[in-house]
Design a protein around this ligand. Structure first.
Ligand code: FAD
Length: 437
């Protein structure tokens, strides 16, 4: 039986929308993706540096990110994946510490020997937890204090929680943290060194490869069109984007939950809309510097110093070399924050002028003249706040009326959002819809 008459409209061309469209197109369903931005990729979209695409927001995969690796393999693109050893460090009390291997941990002098051992054991104990549901009732802060003690919490974990969740740091669930420790610990080589994976040409190059496949299979991707309403009309779903109208048998929304709520606010029940608005999201600001030289040999520098206004300094070219970017060294300064935060609202120049003195205090040799170019990227919907009993807040994939579906990063749980899970969930719902149609 042919599926030709059946159609699905997907809102959003991030990895979730692309993965779903790929499965639908493979099954012969007529699929159209409508994307607000001018380019595909969503949070993993890119811009141009020295003739190469670079992620707006830094990205890497863990070597155990099986869903993304399986898709890459299926597309015959495994040779585009690079697995590199990386250096992780911590900046604390005006000093740098390596923190890549178990041995580095034993040498981490801000903690006494007893606390260093507790820290190491904490990671091992956390990774052994299988019944994560038992952690749903705890905050990460309580659980980490319990496992490692107050001093380890204050020096190591609290700054990370604050950097990642800002004013929501104390609310974050132990489940979220457990999963982070588990995944990171699983991405290591034989000597315990961390190994991470990247895609040649940036994550967007993979997004483009999936998009090319969708188009080859008969699908359509329409960028630069913001969907502003979704409604059922005469047995079909109608989406509007200004004057434009898109119609399909089913719709799959991949945007943040509050955006989805706004799209259906004209007709959906208030209770349902409320249920979509109860998960808070943080935004993210990334300042990306193109430098004429390297700042340090560390790829991922966690900043555990409360006076520094960014959560991390990520020198991307210590992971994917500067030769890929016309010899330029790429540094990201990242901050997760509410969209009302002063930093989120500053102009690009203000953010750069604000950040530079802090970076110079950390790297005293750094001169403004080293900065060949700078870019600022903001994302309003970058991280759902995963609080206690988060499982109770997650809306179903099927909407309140037949033919309306939702697949979005806030539904990813107990894992944290990431492209690996966007691909897993996007493919799963794409297959299900194709089977149902
Ligand atoms: C700072 C940062 C670092 C990260 N690091 C990593 C990492 O190292 N590894 C990793 O795997 N993941 C990482 N992630 C997470 C990863 O980027 C996301 O999990 C993933 O890209 C989400 O894909 P998605 O398709 O679900 O959502 P999105 O990428 O958000 O896609 C949703 C799309 O919907 C579009 N849209 C929204 N509203 C409308 C509308 N009204 N009409 C039409 N289109 C609309 C948006 O423009 C967007 O393109 C990071 C994210 C951030 C912010």
């Amino acid at each position: 039986m042919s599926n030709d008459a059946k159609s699905v409209l997907i809102v959003g061309a991030g990895f979730t929308g692309l993965a779903a469209a790929y499965e639908l197109a493979r099954a012969g369903v007529k699929v159209t993706i409508v994307e607000w931005a001018r380019d595909i990729g969503g949070l993993a979209s890119a811009f141009d540096v020295g003739g190469t695409k670079l992620d707006r927001f830094y990205h890497h995969w863990f070597t155990n990110d099986a869903h993304v690796m399986a898709l890459i393999d299926e597309l015959g693109l495994t040779d585009q994946v690079r697995i590199n050893p990386t250096n992780t460090g911590v900046y604390y009390a005006n000093s740098f510490f390596k923190l890549s291997t178990p041995l580095d941990l034993l040498r981490f002098s801000p903690l006494g020997l007893f606390d260093r051992i507790r820290l190491g054991l904490l990671a091992l104990r956390a990774r052994r937890v299988k019944a994560w549901m038992a952690l749903e009732d705890k905050t990460a802060a309580d659980w980490l204090r319990e496992l490692g003690g107050e001093r380890v919490f204050k020096i190591v974990w609290q700054p990370l929680l604050k950097g990642k969740f800002g004013p929501h740091a104390e609310e974050v669930s132990a489940v979220w943290f457990w999963n982070k420790i588990k995944l990171r610990g699983g991405s290591r080589g034989k000597a315990g060194e961390e190994r991470l994976a990247y895609y040649k040409g940036g994550f967007v190059a993979l997004a483009e490869a999936i998009a090319a496949k969708i188009v080859a299979l008969g699908g359509t991707i329409q960028c630069g069109a913001k969907i502003d309403s979704l409604a059922p009309v005469e047995g079909k779903w109608r989406a509007t984007s200004g004057e434009r109208v898109f119609e399909a048998d089913r719709v799959l929304v991949t945007t943040a939950l509050p955006v989805y709520a706004d799209l259906i606010a004209g007709w959906a029940a208030p209770d349902y809309l409320d249920s979509l608005r109860r998960i808070s999201y943080l935004g993210n600001v990334c300042l990306v510097l193109e430098l004429d030289r390297s700042l340090s040999s560390t790829y991922w520098l966690n900043v555990n110093d409360a006076s520094f206004p960014f959560v991390g300094v990520i020198e991307h070219t210590n992971f994917e070399g500067p030769e890929n970017y016309g010899g330029r060294h790429i540094v990201y300064l990242s901050k997760y924050l509410p969209e009302t935060d002063r930093l989120f609202l500053m102009s690009d120049d203000e953010i750069f002028d604000y950040a530079l003195p802090y970076l110079q205090a950390m790297f005293p040799k750094l001169e403004k003249s080293w900065v060949l170019a700078r870019h600022v990227w903001r994302a309003r919907w970058s991280q759902p706040v995963v609080g206690k009993h988060y499982s109770r807040l997650i809306p179903a994939q099927d909407g309140p009326l037949p033919g309306l579906h939702l697949c979005t990063m806030a539904q990813i749980y107990p894992e944290d959002r990431g492209t690996n899970y966007a691909i897993r969930e996007g493919r799963a719902i794409g297959r299900r819809l194709a089977a149902e149609m």
